[in-house]
Design a protein around this ligand. Structure first.
Ligand SMILES: Nc1ncnc2c1ncn2[C@@H]1O[C@H](COP(=O)(O)OP(=O)(O)OP(=O)(O)O)[C@@H](O)[C@H]1O
Length: 347
Protein backbone atom coordinates (compact mmCIF):
# COMPACT_ATOMS: atom_id res chain seq x y z
CA UNK A 1 0.00 0.00 0.00
CA UNK A 2 2.85 2.38 0.86
CA UNK A 3 6.22 1.87 -0.83
CA UNK A 4 9.21 4.13 -0.35
CA UNK A 5 12.14 3.40 -2.67
CA UNK A 6 15.53 4.96 -2.13
CA UNK A 7 13.96 7.91 -0.30
CA UNK A 8 16.37 10.43 1.23
CA UNK A 9 15.94 13.90 2.68
CA UNK A 10 18.58 16.56 3.27
CA UNK A 11 17.56 19.85 4.85
CA UNK A 12 19.56 22.93 3.86
CA UNK A 13 22.70 23.08 1.77
CA UNK A 14 26.47 23.21 2.03
CA UNK A 15 27.85 23.51 5.57
CA UNK A 16 24.34 23.82 7.00
CA UNK A 17 23.07 20.63 5.32
CA UNK A 18 21.41 18.05 7.62
CA UNK A 19 20.99 14.57 6.16
CA UNK A 20 17.78 13.66 8.04
CA UNK A 21 17.08 10.54 5.95
CA UNK A 22 19.70 8.44 4.19
CA UNK A 23 18.42 6.54 1.13
CA UNK A 24 15.97 3.95 2.49
CA UNK A 25 13.32 1.52 1.32
CA UNK A 26 10.13 0.83 3.26
CA UNK A 27 7.06 -1.18 2.40
CA UNK A 28 3.81 -1.10 4.36
CA UNK A 29 1.49 -3.90 3.20
CA UNK A 30 -2.22 -3.15 2.72
CA UNK A 31 -4.28 -3.45 5.91
CA UNK A 32 -1.34 -3.47 8.32
CA UNK A 33 -0.48 -1.18 11.19
CA UNK A 34 3.21 -0.36 10.76
CA UNK A 35 5.12 1.42 13.51
CA UNK A 36 8.36 3.31 13.00
CA UNK A 37 10.28 3.75 16.22
CA UNK A 38 13.51 5.58 16.94
CA UNK A 39 15.25 8.00 19.27
CA UNK A 40 14.69 11.75 19.14
CA UNK A 41 16.22 13.21 15.97
CA UNK A 42 16.44 9.83 14.21
CA UNK A 43 14.31 11.07 11.31
CA UNK A 44 10.84 9.67 12.15
CA UNK A 45 8.88 12.88 11.52
CA UNK A 46 10.79 13.53 8.33
CA UNK A 47 9.98 10.02 7.13
CA UNK A 48 6.24 10.22 7.78
CA UNK A 49 5.98 13.76 6.38
CA UNK A 50 7.64 12.55 3.17
CA UNK A 51 4.86 9.99 2.65
CA UNK A 52 2.26 12.67 1.84
CA UNK A 53 4.88 15.11 0.56
CA UNK A 54 4.50 17.57 3.44
CA UNK A 55 8.27 17.29 2.97
CA UNK A 56 9.57 16.74 -0.57
CA UNK A 57 12.20 14.00 -0.45
CA UNK A 58 15.60 14.90 -1.87
CA UNK A 59 15.65 11.64 -3.82
CA UNK A 60 13.60 8.51 -4.33
CA UNK A 61 10.02 7.59 -5.11
CA UNK A 62 6.89 7.25 -2.96
CA UNK A 63 3.96 5.16 -4.03
CA UNK A 64 0.66 5.10 -2.12
CA UNK A 65 -2.13 2.78 -3.28
CA UNK A 66 -0.30 2.23 -6.55
CA UNK A 67 0.14 5.92 -7.35
CA UNK A 68 3.56 7.55 -7.61
CA UNK A 69 3.40 10.83 -5.68
CA UNK A 70 6.74 12.54 -6.28
CA UNK A 71 5.85 13.38 -9.88
CA UNK A 72 2.58 15.08 -8.85
CA UNK A 73 1.96 18.72 -8.04
CA UNK A 74 -0.94 21.17 -7.73
CA UNK A 75 -4.45 19.69 -8.06
CA UNK A 76 -3.25 16.17 -8.80
CA UNK A 77 -1.24 16.11 -5.56
CA UNK A 78 -4.20 17.52 -3.58
CA UNK A 79 -6.43 14.78 -4.99
CA UNK A 80 -3.89 12.11 -4.04
CA UNK A 81 -3.62 13.57 -0.52
CA UNK A 82 -7.36 13.03 0.01
CA UNK A 83 -6.57 9.34 0.12
CA UNK A 84 -3.95 9.89 2.84
CA UNK A 85 -5.31 11.00 6.23
CA UNK A 86 -2.99 12.35 8.90
CA UNK A 87 -3.16 13.01 12.63
CA UNK A 88 -0.64 14.87 14.77
CA UNK A 89 0.68 14.96 18.33
CA UNK A 90 -1.01 18.31 19.04
CA UNK A 91 -4.23 17.54 17.11
CA UNK A 92 -4.08 20.70 14.89
CA UNK A 93 -7.80 21.51 15.24
CA UNK A 94 -9.23 24.91 14.31
CA UNK A 95 -10.20 26.61 17.60
CA UNK A 96 -12.87 28.78 15.98
CA UNK A 97 -14.75 25.83 14.51
CA UNK A 98 -17.05 23.39 16.30
CA UNK A 99 -16.30 19.67 16.38
CA UNK A 100 -18.72 19.17 13.48
CA UNK A 101 -17.15 21.99 11.46
CA UNK A 102 -13.63 20.68 12.08
CA UNK A 103 -14.59 17.24 10.77
CA UNK A 104 -16.47 18.69 7.79
CA UNK A 105 -13.60 20.99 6.75
CA UNK A 106 -11.87 18.57 4.34
CA UNK A 107 -15.22 17.82 2.71
CA UNK A 108 -15.92 21.54 2.27
CA UNK A 109 -12.52 21.95 0.64
CA UNK A 110 -13.34 19.06 -1.70
CA UNK A 111 -16.58 20.83 -2.70
CA UNK A 112 -18.90 18.18 -1.26
CA UNK A 113 -22.52 19.51 -1.08
CA UNK A 114 -23.82 20.53 2.39
CA UNK A 115 -26.47 17.81 2.64
CA UNK A 116 -23.91 15.11 1.84
CA UNK A 117 -21.48 16.60 4.36
CA UNK A 118 -24.12 16.23 7.10
CA UNK A 119 -24.71 12.63 6.09
CA UNK A 120 -21.01 11.79 6.12
CA UNK A 121 -19.96 13.59 9.32
CA UNK A 122 -22.60 12.10 11.63
CA UNK A 123 -21.38 8.46 11.29
CA UNK A 124 -17.78 9.62 11.71
CA UNK A 125 -18.61 11.32 15.00
CA UNK A 126 -20.39 8.16 16.06
CA UNK A 127 -17.38 6.04 15.10
CA UNK A 128 -15.10 8.12 17.34
CA UNK A 129 -17.70 8.32 20.13
CA UNK A 130 -18.34 12.08 19.97
CA UNK A 131 -21.89 12.37 18.59
CA UNK A 132 -22.89 14.38 21.67
CA UNK A 133 -20.04 16.89 21.22
CA UNK A 134 -20.82 17.99 17.64
CA UNK A 135 -21.55 21.60 18.64
CA UNK A 136 -18.74 22.06 21.13
CA UNK A 137 -15.46 23.84 20.47
CA UNK A 138 -11.96 22.28 20.83
CA UNK A 139 -11.29 24.31 24.00
CA UNK A 140 -14.17 22.47 25.67
CA UNK A 141 -12.64 19.04 24.96
CA UNK A 142 -10.04 16.85 26.68
CA UNK A 143 -6.85 15.86 24.84
CA UNK A 144 -8.24 12.42 24.02
CA UNK A 145 -11.47 13.92 22.68
CA UNK A 146 -9.48 16.38 20.54
CA UNK A 147 -7.52 13.48 19.04
CA UNK A 148 -10.82 11.70 18.33
CA UNK A 149 -12.01 14.78 16.41
CA UNK A 150 -8.72 14.78 14.49
CA UNK A 151 -9.20 11.08 13.64
CA UNK A 152 -12.76 11.72 12.42
CA UNK A 153 -11.48 14.65 10.32
CA UNK A 154 -8.70 12.50 8.87
CA UNK A 155 -11.22 9.83 7.89
CA UNK A 156 -13.71 12.28 6.31
CA UNK A 157 -12.21 12.01 2.82
CA UNK A 158 -12.36 8.18 2.99
CA UNK A 159 -8.57 7.71 2.88
CA UNK A 160 -6.86 4.39 2.18
CA UNK A 161 -4.00 5.26 4.50
CA UNK A 162 -3.76 6.99 7.86
CA UNK A 163 -0.47 8.58 8.96
CA UNK A 164 -0.08 9.11 12.71
CA UNK A 165 2.70 11.47 13.83
CA UNK A 166 3.27 10.74 17.56
CA UNK A 167 -0.53 10.71 17.93
CA UNK A 168 -0.56 9.64 21.57
CA UNK A 169 2.60 11.35 22.87
CA UNK A 170 0.66 14.24 24.43
CA UNK A 171 -1.85 11.96 26.17
CA UNK A 172 -1.89 10.21 29.56
CA UNK A 173 -1.53 6.40 29.58
CA UNK A 174 -5.25 5.68 29.97
CA UNK A 175 -6.26 8.04 27.14
CA UNK A 176 -3.42 6.66 25.04
CA UNK A 177 -4.95 3.20 25.51
CA UNK A 178 -8.37 4.35 24.31
CA UNK A 179 -6.95 6.14 21.24
CA UNK A 180 -4.85 3.07 20.35
CA UNK A 181 -7.97 0.89 20.70
CA UNK A 182 -9.81 3.26 18.35
CA UNK A 183 -7.00 3.10 15.77
CA UNK A 184 -7.05 -0.70 16.00
CA UNK A 185 -10.83 -0.75 15.50
CA UNK A 186 -10.55 1.54 12.46
CA UNK A 187 -7.83 -0.68 11.02
CA UNK A 188 -10.01 -3.76 11.45
CA UNK A 189 -13.41 -2.38 10.49
CA UNK A 190 -12.35 -0.12 7.59
CA UNK A 191 -9.29 -2.12 6.50
CA UNK A 192 -7.33 1.12 6.73
CA UNK A 193 -3.54 0.86 6.41
CA UNK A 194 -1.87 2.78 9.25
CA UNK A 195 1.70 4.09 9.34
CA UNK A 196 2.62 5.58 12.68
CA UNK A 197 5.74 7.00 14.20
CA UNK A 198 6.39 6.85 17.90
CA UNK A 199 9.15 6.79 20.48
CA UNK A 200 6.99 4.63 22.77
CA UNK A 201 7.47 0.86 22.64
CA UNK A 202 4.09 0.46 24.34
CA UNK A 203 2.39 1.79 21.18
CA UNK A 204 4.25 -0.73 19.02
CA UNK A 205 3.50 -3.55 21.43
CA UNK A 206 -0.21 -2.72 21.68
CA UNK A 207 -1.30 -2.28 18.07
CA UNK A 208 1.42 -2.68 15.45
CA UNK A 209 1.83 -5.70 13.19
CA UNK A 210 5.25 -4.70 11.87
CA UNK A 211 7.91 -2.36 13.19
CA UNK A 212 10.81 -0.49 11.64
CA UNK A 213 13.64 0.89 13.75
CA UNK A 214 15.21 4.08 12.49
CA UNK A 215 18.59 5.42 13.62
CA UNK A 216 20.46 8.46 12.28
CA UNK A 217 18.27 8.52 9.18
CA UNK A 218 18.62 4.82 8.32
CA UNK A 219 16.18 1.97 8.71
CA UNK A 220 18.39 -0.37 10.73
CA UNK A 221 15.94 -3.14 11.58
CA UNK A 222 12.53 -4.28 10.37
CA UNK A 223 10.43 -7.18 11.62
CA UNK A 224 7.10 -8.60 12.72
CA UNK A 225 6.38 -7.14 16.16
CA UNK A 226 6.56 -10.55 17.90
CA UNK A 227 9.98 -11.21 16.35
CA UNK A 228 11.29 -7.76 17.24
CA UNK A 229 10.37 -8.09 20.91
CA UNK A 230 11.67 -11.63 21.27
CA UNK A 231 14.80 -11.44 19.09
CA UNK A 232 15.89 -7.92 18.12
CA UNK A 233 18.77 -8.08 15.66
CA UNK A 234 20.57 -4.82 16.42
CA UNK A 235 22.17 -3.40 19.54
CA UNK A 236 19.78 -0.43 19.38
CA UNK A 237 16.83 -2.82 19.12
CA UNK A 238 18.03 -4.65 22.23
CA UNK A 239 18.43 -1.35 24.08
CA UNK A 240 14.83 -0.36 23.24
CA UNK A 241 13.55 -3.73 24.47
CA UNK A 242 15.64 -3.64 27.66
CA UNK A 243 14.53 -0.10 28.44
CA UNK A 244 10.91 -1.04 27.79
CA UNK A 245 10.97 -4.21 29.84
CA UNK A 246 12.99 -2.53 32.59
CA UNK A 247 14.90 -5.63 33.58
CA UNK A 248 18.14 -4.32 35.01
CA UNK A 249 20.35 -5.96 37.63
CA UNK A 250 20.00 -4.56 41.17
CA UNK A 251 22.09 -1.39 41.63
CA UNK A 252 24.15 -2.91 44.45
CA UNK A 253 25.18 -5.67 42.07
CA UNK A 254 25.94 -3.27 39.18
CA UNK A 255 28.45 -1.50 41.44
CA UNK A 256 30.25 -4.82 41.98
CA UNK A 257 30.32 -5.85 38.30
CA UNK A 258 33.70 -6.08 36.55
CA UNK A 259 33.91 -6.14 32.78
CA UNK A 260 36.62 -8.82 32.85
CA UNK A 261 36.49 -12.22 34.54
CA UNK A 262 38.75 -12.74 37.58
CA UNK A 263 40.07 -15.87 39.31
CA UNK A 264 37.12 -16.13 41.68
CA UNK A 265 34.38 -14.31 39.82
CA UNK A 266 31.20 -15.52 38.18
CA UNK A 267 29.35 -14.20 35.14
CA UNK A 268 26.09 -12.32 35.54
CA UNK A 269 23.94 -12.83 32.46
CA UNK A 270 20.72 -11.46 31.02
CA UNK A 271 18.74 -14.17 29.27
CA UNK A 272 15.89 -13.63 26.83
CA UNK A 273 13.88 -16.57 25.62
CA UNK A 274 10.69 -17.16 23.71
CA UNK A 275 8.68 -19.91 22.06
CA UNK A 276 9.33 -23.44 23.37
CA UNK A 277 12.13 -22.23 25.65
CA UNK A 278 9.60 -20.46 27.91
CA UNK A 279 7.96 -23.74 28.94
CA UNK A 280 11.18 -25.80 29.11
CA UNK A 281 12.83 -26.22 32.55
CA UNK A 282 16.13 -24.99 31.12
CA UNK A 283 17.58 -23.63 34.34
CA UNK A 284 17.31 -26.90 36.25
CA UNK A 285 18.71 -28.75 33.22
CA UNK A 286 21.52 -26.23 33.02
CA UNK A 287 22.41 -26.77 36.66
CA UNK A 288 22.29 -30.54 36.26
CA UNK A 289 24.01 -30.92 32.87
CA UNK A 290 26.71 -28.27 33.34
CA UNK A 291 27.13 -28.80 37.09
CA UNK A 292 26.85 -25.18 38.06
CA UNK A 293 24.59 -23.26 40.45
CA UNK A 294 22.23 -20.64 39.09
CA UNK A 295 21.21 -17.74 41.27
CA UNK A 296 18.19 -15.97 39.72
CA UNK A 297 18.34 -12.25 40.51
CA UNK A 298 15.31 -11.07 38.50
CA UNK A 299 12.83 -12.64 36.11
CA UNK A 300 9.64 -11.77 34.26
CA UNK A 301 7.40 -13.09 31.52
CA UNK A 302 5.74 -10.70 29.04
CA UNK A 303 2.97 -11.37 26.55
CA UNK A 304 3.62 -9.58 23.26
CA UNK A 305 0.47 -10.03 21.17
CA UNK A 306 0.42 -13.81 20.48
CA UNK A 307 3.96 -14.47 21.74
CA UNK A 308 5.49 -15.02 25.14
CA UNK A 309 8.83 -13.56 26.09
CA UNK A 310 10.80 -14.62 29.15
CA UNK A 311 13.58 -12.54 30.65
CA UNK A 312 15.94 -13.30 33.46
CA UNK A 313 19.03 -11.91 35.12
CA UNK A 314 21.05 -14.66 36.75
CA UNK A 315 24.47 -15.33 38.21
CA UNK A 316 26.13 -18.52 36.97
CA UNK A 317 28.19 -19.94 39.81
CA UNK A 318 30.92 -22.50 39.19
CA UNK A 319 34.44 -22.97 37.76
CA UNK A 320 35.06 -20.78 34.69
CA UNK A 321 35.18 -23.72 32.25
CA UNK A 322 31.77 -24.85 33.54
CA UNK A 323 30.17 -21.39 33.35
CA UNK A 324 31.51 -20.98 29.79
CA UNK A 325 30.02 -24.35 28.93
CA UNK A 326 26.72 -23.21 30.49
CA UNK A 327 26.60 -20.08 28.30
CA UNK A 328 27.23 -22.23 25.20
CA UNK A 329 24.48 -24.58 26.37
CA UNK A 330 22.00 -21.70 26.68
CA UNK A 331 22.93 -20.31 23.27
CA UNK A 332 22.48 -23.69 21.59
CA UNK A 333 18.99 -23.76 23.11
CA UNK A 334 18.13 -20.50 21.30
CA UNK A 335 18.32 -18.22 24.31
CA UNK A 336 19.77 -14.79 23.78
CA UNK A 337 22.57 -14.48 26.30
CA UNK A 338 24.19 -11.18 27.24
CA UNK A 339 27.04 -11.24 29.75
CA UNK A 340 26.54 -8.12 31.87
CA UNK A 341 29.81 -8.53 33.75
CA UNK A 342 31.52 -10.61 36.41
CA UNK A 343 31.03 -10.50 40.12
CA UNK A 344 33.50 -11.55 42.81
CA UNK A 345 32.19 -14.25 45.10
CA UNK A 346 32.77 -13.53 48.83
CA UNK A 347 32.52 -17.09 50.02
N1 LIG B 1 13.03 21.79 8.81
C1 LIG B 1 14.23 21.34 9.18
N2 LIG B 1 15.36 22.00 8.86
C2 LIG B 1 16.58 21.55 9.20
N3 LIG B 1 16.79 20.40 9.90
C3 LIG B 1 15.70 19.69 10.25
C4 LIG B 1 14.37 20.12 9.93
N4 LIG B 1 13.50 19.21 10.41
C5 LIG B 1 14.24 18.26 11.02
N5 LIG B 1 15.56 18.55 10.92
C6 LIG B 1 16.67 17.73 11.44
O1 LIG B 1 16.58 16.44 10.84
C7 LIG B 1 16.88 15.42 11.79
C8 LIG B 1 15.70 14.47 11.93
O2 LIG B 1 14.62 15.18 12.51
P1 LIG B 1 13.18 14.54 12.71
O3 LIG B 1 12.30 15.60 13.30
O4 LIG B 1 12.73 13.90 11.46
O5 LIG B 1 13.50 13.41 13.80
P2 LIG B 1 12.52 12.65 14.81
O6 LIG B 1 13.01 11.26 14.87
O7 LIG B 1 11.11 12.86 14.37
O8 LIG B 1 12.78 13.40 16.17
P3 LIG B 1 11.77 13.74 17.37
O9 LIG B 1 11.30 12.41 17.91
O10 LIG B 1 12.62 14.51 18.33
O11 LIG B 1 10.65 14.55 16.77
C9 LIG B 1 17.26 16.13 13.07
O12 LIG B 1 18.65 16.27 13.10
C10 LIG B 1 16.60 17.49 12.93
O13 LIG B 1 17.30 18.47 13.65
Amino acid sequence: MITLSNVSKTYGQGHAAVEALKPLDLHVPEGTIYGVIGLSGAGKSTLIRCVNLLERPTSGSISVDGQELTTLSGDALNQARHRIGMIFQHFNLLASRTVFANVSLPLELMGVPRAEIRQRVAPLLELVGLSDKANQYPAQLSGGQKQRVAIARALASKPKVLLCDEATSALDPQTTGSILALLQEINRSLGLTILLITHEMEVVKRICHRVGLISAGSLVEEAEVGDFFTAPRTQLGREFITEFLKLEPPRALVERLDADPGDHSHPVVRLAFSGDAVSTPLISRLARDCQIDVSILQAKVESIQDRTLGLMIAELIGPSDKTREAIDYLETHDLHVEVLGHVQRDA
